[in-house]
Design a binder for this molecule. Structure first.
Ligand code: BGC
Length: 577
């Protein structure tokens, strides 16, 4: 009896101790799989074609899962694979519970998910519910009559009220988000292309539809969602006139779109109705406002919304590092890290399907420096605080294709802007010159597997031209070379997995004003790691006060090191003693 009481008392004491330790741990240090994961983004249209139609597909992805596994990554984020007429490459969904014909069938999906899980790879799907396709059944019904039961699934403005107050559209030829629909003498709203009508989140029925779709996929076993264009979902349905000073300046108008009146109410409702029932699901808020404070609102654990904020400030900063400079660039990451030091969680990324290639924007894709700077940038992504989202092909150092002609572009964004400029008699050459650097198509060219026809991506004519440099830049060649960009990336992933300081460790920026070197430490439980990155093509000195003589370089992209100086695009990861 006495013994039992003693044992009970001991258990109680021990549990209290563990709980109090847990309670003391700040949110940022609490372990979660999605904080420790390295996410690999696959653009399905361009990854691997299995059936010879020139378009990547699910069976193609399945055939390459061993490659994905070999990278060491933990999760795959797949761009939309739902039924779609492809006005915006799958970001216009006509049926949320079907697979796009180009990509395969639901059976293929089930096999793909099973094969991923078998390899310990989790699957994150895109959730595109700010808008649907105009070919979605909901919209087809909605546009039929003003009293159709789906009418309020979208935003309509009756023409008898006059023209609706101006709203800017990302992809519309005339940058006008209202499109007149004669059938009901009304305008509908589309922040993106006219084939992407915005869904009306103010309608509770629509929200319930979205929650049901989420459950459908989560019950199939997927591991989370990347929430597309989420910051735009809530609108003031009275559509007031915009303040005069912001009309016609797209950046300001976008700012006005963000954080609609009930945005966070809806995300909290979604959390209560869906996400709280799937506590392990990863949820990533694309965009996440325009400041660290706004981003935090999406992922502050006390607010019970989402997990990871994927902010745009570090990619929207400009077209090329040369234009905005490293000091500014560093300050953006530091500003966000500062806000997220104790709670909430960020993603770290340099590229995705909406951006040009990482090496062409932040590095140097000339033959002399392409490999070195790709490795340096990968070092950055894999050693920062935040979940790395790494875009397929960057592990090979794939770079911008820089199309010469508008005919080569398939992207609704580039094509519609081109038409808009043409209609206004604008400078098309200047526009095309900018697209060479910044177009989304640069990152969407087919994955370069080998030296076979079309880089081994397809046996047919590919939907988008393959970068002709595939003869030298391809996965097969890099497999064989222990010093390739690919094998360096694998080492980085492995290191991050082995070293909790690289995941949870405190980030401290050093040598803040250095225009060429990004230097920082990551520190956890007495372990301190220094990361030195030269973002320039010159030798770059740095000025840090930490003695590093006895320290050990764990990984770097140069064999021979110089004292107190970093060579062009050099990266060093140093364990401080
Ligand atoms: C996606 C884009 C897409 C847009 C409209 C984005 O933020 O990433 O690729 O064009 O949403 O859905």
């Amino acid at each position: 009896m006495k013994n039992n009481i003693l044992t009970m008392a001991f258990i109680l004491l021990a549990t209290n101790l563990v709980n109090s330790q847990k309670a003391e741990l700040p949110d940022a240090l609490q372990k979660k799989w999605w904080k420790e994961a390295v996410v690999y983004q696959i653009y399905p249209r361009s990854f691997k074609d299995s059936n010879g139609d020139g378009v990547g597909d699910l069976k193609g992805i399945i055939s390459k899962l061993d490659y994905v596994k070999s990278l060491g990554v933990d999760a795959v984020w797949l761009n939309p694979i739902y039924a779609s007429p492809n006005d915006d490459n799958g970001y216009d969904i006509s049926n949320y519970r079907e697979i796009m014909k180009d990509f395969g069938t639901m059976e293929d999906f089930d096999v793909m998910l099973k094969e991923m899980h078998k390899r310990g790879i989790k699957l994150i799907m895109d959730l595109v519910v700010n808008h649907s396709s105009d070919e979605n059944k909901w919209f087809q019904e909605s546009r039929k009559s003003r009293d159709n039961k789906y009418r309020d699934y979208y935003h309509w403005w009756p023409a008898e009220k006059g023209k609706p107050p101006y709203r800017w559209s990302f992809f519309d030829v005339n940058s006008n988000a209202w499109k007149f629909d004669a059938q009901t003498n009304s305008y509908y709203l589309h922040y993106f292309s006219e084939k992407q009508p915005d869904l009306n989140w103010e309608n509770p029925k629509l929200r319930q539809e979205v929650y049901a779709i989420m459950k459908f996929w989560l019950d199939k076993g997927i591991d989370g969602f990347r929430m597309d264009a989420f910051q735009f979902i809530s609108k003031d349905n009275t559509f007031p006139d915009l303040p005069k000073e912001i009309v016609n300046t797209p950046a300001a108008i976008i700012k006005y779109y963000l954080n609609g009146p009930h945005l966070h109410d809806y995300i909290q409702e979604m959390n209560k109705e869906v996400l709280s029932k799937y506590p392990n699901a990863m949820t990533v808020a694309e965009g996440a406002g325009d400041s660290p404070e706004a981003a935090m609102k999406f992922v502050d654990p006390d607010r019970k919304e989402l997990n990871i904020a994927y902010h745009f400030e570090s990619v929207d900063v400009g077209k090329h590092l040369k234009d905005f400079g490293l000091v500014k660039y560093k300050s953006i990451f530091s500003k966000y890290d500062d806000k997220f030091e104790d709670k909430g969680w960020l993603s770290i990324f340099l590229a995705n399907h909406d951006q040009p290639r990482m090496v062409s924007k932040f590095g140097n894709d000339t033959p002399q420096f392409r490999e070195l700077s790709s490795k340096m940038l990968s070092t950055f992504v894999l050693t920062m605080r935040g979940t790395p989202f790494y875009y397929n092909g960057d592990e090979l150092g794939m770079d911008n294709i820089r199309f010469d002609s508008i005919e080569d572009y398939q992207d609704v964004d580039t094509r519609n802007k081109y038409i808009g400029i043409k209609n206004k008699g604008g400078d098309l050459n200047a526009f095309l010159a900018i697209q060479k650097q910044s177009s989304r198509e640069n990152s969407r060219t087919p994955f370069q597997w080998n030296t076979e026809k079309n880089a081994g991506f397809t046996t047919a004519k590919p939907w988008l031209k393959v970068n002709p440099n595939y003869k030298t830049i391809n996965a097969e060649a890099q497999e064989k070379d222990p010093n390739s960009v690919l094998n360096y990336f694998r080492k980085l992933v492995k290191l991050r997995k082995q070293e909790p300081a690289l995941v949870y460790g405190k980030y401290t920026l050093l040598d803040k004003e250095n225009p060429n070197v990004f230097a920082y430490t990551r520190e956890l439980n007495g372990k301190k790691i220094l990361v030195l990155l030269n973002f320039s093509e010159k030798n770059a000195p740095y000025n840090i006060k930490i003695p590093i003589a006895k320290s050990k370089i764990i990984l770097g992209n140069y064999k021979i090191k110089k004292i107190n100086i970093l060579q062009p695009y050099e990266a060093q990861i140093i364990e401080l003693k």
